[in-house]
Ligand binder design. Structure first.
Ligand code: AHR
Length: 327
């Protein structure tokens, strides 16, 4: 064996030993105590695409630490295949409970079946999944994206009560994600039967500020007379505002802006009059997730569906007493 081959073999051996330490099966009986201490929770997060997402991650990590829950945290860097790998590694490790944020709604049945066969309860958080078999997971806690879309429509009905025609651009979130689907459907349902509203362009910006900016630049070159931008998250909205300012238009005045998440930056823009309506999507679900995980580890049942509390802030409200958002 030459020097290079020997080095390679040693590297592979080290990796195998490391993986063996990390993922060797531990006995299932080592569940946490009643307070949750000792409980092992495997959590697969989508990534770090927005300030909202980072707050969601912090909330889970802090709640786990507070309760003495051992958190195996995996960041999937926006790839479903990474999430599936992470879930499989949690099964091999025999964690007590698995929780994850499904990046898209489809494609989870096989891995959930593996978790079910291993006897590990799964909690779905933030976004929903599509499955014909709801017995594959224990419960869902997260945002009500359909209602968020309806709230956006409700604001526009009030804002444009006396207008004859309203031309809307929609920048959607990640394609195939339950939140992008819900926000699009709820919005359309809220405007149903109101023919003066027309969605002239709808495109996915993947929840990224950079894409919001790039897409909006192109849209402003292509269309005149845009009345509204409905953006599925604040990150994209911040990019959209930059693009609108660059062409000499005033966001919030020349173009009405409706956005979702309620990050501090969006609330500040609302206060400046550059955004008109901010629909909260609540990322601080860590304490509730840990509480549900503890129940599952104790073998208790949990509600199949739970939506987190969320509010709406708009130019029609008194904005003076909004607490710092923390994200
Ligand atoms: O799933 C929630 C969405 O994902 C938030 O609106 C967005 O900011 C995040 O990336």
């Amino acid at each position: 064996m030459n020097g290079h081959a020997l080095k390679k073999s040693l590297q592979i051996l080290t990796l195998l030993l490391f993986a063996g330490t990390l993922f060797s099966c531990r006995p299932r009986e080592s569940l946490g105590n009643a307070a949750g201490e000792g409980l092992i929770l495997g959590f697969s997060q989508i990534g770090a695409e927005s300030a909202w997402r980072n707050c969601n991650t912090r909330s889970i990590q802090e709640a786990a630490e507070e309760k003495g829950v051992q958190l195996l945290f995996e960041n999937a860097e926006q790839k479903q295949e990474n999430q599936i790998k992470a879930l499989r590694s949690f099964i091999v490790y025999q964690v007590d409970v698995i929780a994850f944020v499904p990046i898209v709604a489809d494609g989870w049945d096989n891995i959930l079946r593996e978790a079910k066969e291993a006897g590990i309860p799964v909690l779905i958080t933030d976004r929903k999944i599509n499955t014909a078999d709801n017995s594959l997971y224990a419960g869902f806690i997260g945002t009500d994206s359909f209602r968020e879309g309806q709230e956006g429509a409700r604001f526009l009905l009030r804002k444009f009560a006396s207008a004859d025609s309203v031309r809307i651009v929609e920048i959607q979130g990640t394609e195939g994600s339950s939140v992008a689907i819900g926000r699009a459907e709820g919005f359309r349902e809220g405007l149903a039967g109101q023919d003066k509203f027309e969605i002239i362009h709808s495109v996915s910006g993947d929840f990224l500020r950079s894409k919001g900016y790039e897409l909006m630049r192109g849209i402003l070159r292509r269309y005149d007379g845009i009345d509204v931008v409905y953006s599925h998250n604040d990150g994209m909205t911040l990019g959209i505002l930059d693009a609108i300012r660059e062409v000499g238009l005033a966001p919030g005045k020349d173009i009405v802006i409706v956005t979702i998440d309620a990050e501090q930056a969006a609330i500040d823009a609302l206060k400046r009059g550059e955004v008109n309506c901010v629909i909260e999507c609540n990322p601080k679900m860590g304490p509730a997730i840990i509480e549900l995980a503890e129940k599952l580890a104790r073998g208790e049942s949990i509600p199949p569906f739970q939506h987190v509390h969320e509010v709406v802030f708009s130019e029609y409200d008194d904005l003076s007493s909004i607490e710092p958002r923390g994200y």
